[in-house]
Design a protein around this ligand. Structure first.
Ligand SMILES: CC(C)(COP(=O)(O)OP(=O)(O)OC[C@H]1O[C@@H](n2cnc3c(N)ncnc32)[C@H](O)[C@@H]1OP(=O)(O)O)[C@@H](O)C(=O)NCCC(=O)NCCS
Length: 194
């Protein structure tokens, strides 16, 4: 099993660009941070995230630092900024990271409300899931949502994650979704060790 190990002294490979039909996903960078901050500060976006309210500015800044540093700490994982191919308009972001204090890698996303309901989240989640199993070669990927976040649950299922009941993450009881590489045609469930 190839895991996302903490980086040693070697050079850290950049987060790869990912191509979706209508969007380009590339590593979140300094030029994306105003859009990123605006999203985190939007109550509509944060309705089902954390305690359901936008975090204070200081916590948003701490998050910016964390996501920018993530690929260096955990090669292959991190945050992608999604922009439309045609006009480079900011759509939102997708992330791969360890889920709270667990050993599970989770997929996450937040989109601008103006972009909701047009299939962008499903489209982005699908390319991230393919990357997880085809390139990172992780054995398992999870997604967790607030129980009422039906839109996000639909996105996870349409991206190939199955309903796995409930899990306790981030100190909360959340709906849990999971996918295995085996189900995406990657080796056998126990034999793909390296
Ligand atoms: C969750 C979120 C990413 C969905 O984005 P989106 O681009 O609207 O998703 P899609 O257009 O790909 O739609 C996915 C599915 O959700 C459904 N959906 C969208 N909004 C919905 C809503 N309010 N209630 C129920 N289902 C909804 C769509 O109909 C679609 O399912 P279907 O194809 O079976 O009809 C977006 O609402 C968002 O960014 N929310 C705020 C942040 C957030 O909650 N992130 C997830 C944290 S776990």
């Amino acid at each position: 099993m190839r895991t996302a190990l903490a980086a040693g002294p070697r050079a850290v490979p950049a987060l790869p660009r990912l191509a979706a039909a209508r969007m380009r996903l590339r590593a979140l960078g300094p030029g994306d941070l105003d859009d990123f901050r605006r999203l985190e500060a939007d109550p509509r976006v944060m309705r089902y995230v954390g305690d359901g309210r936008p975090p204070p500015a200081a916590r948003i800044e701490a998050m910016v630092e964390r996501v920018l540093g993530y690929p260096a700490l955990y090669p292959g994982l991190g945050c992608w900024c999604a922009r439309r191919r045609d006009d480079r308009e900011f759509v939102g972001w997708f992330v791969l990271k360890y889920c709270g204090n667990s050993c599970d890698v989770e997929i996450g996303y937040r989109l601008r409300p103006e972009a909701w309901g047009r299939g962008y989240a499903t489209e982005g989640a699908r390319v991230v899931v393919r990357y997880v199993f085809d390139e990172l070669e992780l054995d398992r990927l999870i997604g967790v949502t607030h129980p009422d976040n039906v839109a996000s649950q639909r996105v996870l299922m349409k991206a190939g994650l199955a309903d796995a009941g409930w899990g306790r993450y981030y100190g909360r009881r959340l709906r849990l979704f999971a996918a295995r590489r085996f189900d995406f045609g990657g080796g056998d469930a126990v034999g793909a060790r390296r």
